[in-house]
Design a protein. Structure first.
Length: 369
């Protein structure tokens, strides 16, 4: 993944504010992020349905429908909206496509930045082709942590030393949830929202089987997501870990991250946030909200490209308490000692298992200059 291609790198908090249809407005670092209540969602949905019906009926020229000319006159001017768009200046940063004029599927794969094409070429000829194995010592070895810190600063509200880039989201979810469960011995339940992304549910199901735990699913409205009250009702003395999506992949619902994190802590449990659909989209303040653990991907709204690695955040206060289950050589304290026994590194390096993915190597000095 090329951190220079982070889609949010040049987008200010203020620009994002006006853009998010759910989070309005975002006042301070850890202002209670406002979740839509179900009633509000329904009201908004029914309003938009009524608006749509009126518009469709106007198109058909139905009796009683607003006059089409009057409708047009009241409609916002698309060109004027484009001109006033705080993000308009960023369009040229992305590679154009002859076939795609408007791309609304960043939730599956973000568009490439124009700079990325050159950086891949320069990486292949420069660090990889020119420096070969020396590039590991010169730069690549530290990149999981360097790129992690960069993502932390740009998009997560995380101070350095708490974010690492590695693996896929699914693998990092497994590693983090498993580590969190082990850090709460004696507690028997993992809590998640019933409509969470399938990989989260499958990973949790597997961990529960491995560790002899029970999975408690919060039944949520699929047009919304888990509310603070629902989470409070679901957790207690037996809860080890709560796993939730910050933004729901299905509904776009924004969970109350600060409120839920505090409630989970009150119950003595740990919280793991899946940030796949919120990173690069809404302001995130993991440190200020005292989040324990978070995982997310970089190929959606961070525009890292297909196969770009995932990231994990672990609050500094917890790092020494978590033992991750995939003990690989790259997470060992002395990687090249080739020691008989595994001794984890300190800090975020201990959450790495194997060799860094090459797409993250484009951060190297050779390519960036
Ligand atoms: C919310 C969420 N969590 C987890 C994943 C799994 O990510 P990966 O396929 O990178 O492991 C996805 C993938 O789209 C997702 O949307």
């Amino acid at each position: 993944m090329d951190p220079h291609s982070l889609g949010v790198a040049h987008v200010s908090r203020e620009s994002l504010e006006g853009y998010n249809p759910i989070l309005r407005p975002f006042d301070t670092a850890c202002a209670p992020m406002r979740s839509r209540t179900l009633d509000e969602s329904r009201d908004e949905d029914s309003m938009s349905t009524e608006d749509d019906t009126r518009a469709r009926s106007a198109e058909r020229g139905d009796a009683g429908a607003p006059d089409a000319a009057a409708f047009d006159a009241g409609a916002p001017d698309a060109a004027a909206l484009d001109a006033a768009d705080p993000l308009a200046g960023h369009v040229s940063a992305f590679l154009p496509s002859d076939e795609v004029v408007s791309y609304l599927d960043g939730n599956s794969l973000g568009r490439p930045l124009a700079a990325t094409a050159d950086r891949f070429a320069s990486f292949t000829r420069g660090a990889w082709g020119g420096r070969l194995i020396r590039a590991w010592d010169e730069e690549w070895f530290e990149l999981p942590l360097v790129v992690g810190d960069r993502i932390g600063a740009i998009a997560l509200g995380a101070a350095p030393g708490q974010t690492v880039v590695a693996d896929s989201t699914t693998v990092l979810l497994y590693k983090m949830i498993r580590a969190a469960v082990d850090a709460r011995p004696g507690r028997t339940e993992i809590v998640l929202e019933g409509d969470s992304f399938p990989t989260d549910r499958y990973v949790i199901e597997g961990i529960a089987r491995e560790c002899g735990l029970t999975v408690r699913q919060i039944a949520v409205d699929t047009a919304a997501g888990a509310t603070l009250d629902q989470v409070r009702d679901a957790i207690g003395d037996s809860t080890a870990v709560v796993v939730l999506s910050h933004v729901s992949y299905r509904s776009g619902y924004l969970a109350d991250l600060p409120g839920i994190t505090a409630a989970v802590h009150d119950a003595g449990a740990l919280v793991v946030w899946d940030l796949c659909h919120s990173v690069g989209v809404v302001p995130i303040e993991l440190d200020a909200c005292d989040v324990d653990i978070a995982v997310g991907c970089t190929y959606k709204y961070l525009n890292g490209g297909p196969g770009a690695p995932a990231f994990a955040y672990v609050a500094r206060r917890l790092q020494g308490q978590l033992a991750q289950p995939i003990q690989g050589w790259m997470g060992a304290g002395d990687v090249f000692a080739m020691a008989a026994d595994y001794r984890p590194a300190t800090g975020m390096r201990r959450f790495i298992s194997g060799t860094l993915r090459s797409s993250a190597c484009c951060r190297c000095r050779t390519c960036s200059t």
